[in-house]
Design a protein around this ligand. Structure first.
Ligand SMILES: [Zn+2]
Length: 125
């Protein structure tokens, strides 16, 4: 770590973790989706690094939902992935609502909205 400041909330003094994107929620290597975003790993405090993971999964699921609702090929058109995504969103929501302070990275409202949309989407067979 260079200067010891969390790049999301600016906290300093605590242990920082390096965040690198790796694979996305659907197990695809990230650089295929966003070539530049994994080039410069960032440093986050423990709480932000956890929220960063939630944010990544949330974005992956939302992107696939957008494709699904646009009638394009989507990971969510597979029944088991759809189910996994719904469960993960519920998990994210639970973690967010249990947090002492609102996340600087992910708004609970956005997660709630996506959950509602998924609930009304037709579950693929
Ligand atoms: Zn932080």
């Amino acid at each position: 770590m260079d200067n010891g400041i969390c790049q999301a909330c600016g906290a300093s003094g605590g242990p920082l973790m390096k965040f690198s994107l790796g694979k996305d929620f659907f197990g695809r290597p990230y650089d295929r989706l966003s070539p530049s975003s994994d080039q410069s790993p960032k440093w986050y405090c423990a709480a932000c690094s956890m929220h960063k993971n939630l944010q990544r999964d949330f974005r992956d699921i939302r992107a696939e939902y957008d494709k699904l609702s646009a009638g394009q090929g989507s990971e969510l058109s597979k029944g088991d992935e759809f189910l996994r995504a719904s469960v993960r969103l519920r998990e994210i929501m639970t973690i967010l609502s249990a947090a002492q302070e609102p996340s600087t990275l992910l708004a609970g409202q956005d997660v709630k909205l996506l959950m509602e949309r998924l609930n009304t989407a037709t579950m693929p067979v």
